[in-house]
Design a protein. Structure first.
Length: 119
C-alpha cells in the first residue's frame, strides 16, 4: 500500500507542475499567433481570412493616417492583405462602401478592438 500512496503523491506533484507550466506566459507565442491567418464565418460573404494587426501596424497607421476614415481604410487593408498577399489598397478603395463597412465591423469585432464597453 505504501507504493500506491507514493505513486499517487508523485502523480499529484506531476499534475501540479504540469498545470503551472501550462500557465507560464510566453511572449514568443503571441508573436507566432500574430503571424497566423485567422478565419471568421460571415453569412453574407462566407469564410473570411485575415491577419491580426500588430503593434507595428498600429504605430504605422496612427503615424500616417490623419482621419478616422483613413485609419479604417488602412485597418481593413492590412488585415486582409495578410491573408491575400496580392490584395491592394486600391482594391479596398474600390469596394462598395457597405461591404467595406461590414467587413471592417466583422474583423474589428473579431480582433477585439470594437468591443462594447463594460458598464
Amino acid at each position: 500500500m505504501g507504493n500506491v500512496e507514493e505513486y499517487r503523491k508523485e502523480l499529484e506533484q506531476y499534475e501540479k507542475e504540469k498545470h503551472v507550466k501550462a500557465k507560464l506566459f510566453n511572449p514568443k507565442e503571441l508573436v507566432a499567433k500574430a503571424r497566423e491567418i485567422q478565419t471568421v464565418e460571415d453569412p453574407e460573404h462566407g469564410t473570411i481570412k485575415y491577419g491580426v494587426l500588430t503593434m507595428q501596424d498600429l504605430l504605422e497607421i496612427n503615424s500616417t493616417c490623419k482621419t478616422n476614415e483613413e485609419r479604417s481604410l488602412q485597418i481593413l487593408y492590412r488585415m486582409l492583405k495578410k491573408a491575400y498577399p496580392d490584395f491592394t489598397l486600391e482594391e479596398v478603395r474600390d469596394m462598395p462602401m457597405e461591404d467595406a463597412a461590414h467587413l471592417l465591423t466583422i474583423l474589428s469585432e473579431k480582433a477585439g478592438f470594437l468591443q462594447a464597453k463594460k458598464p
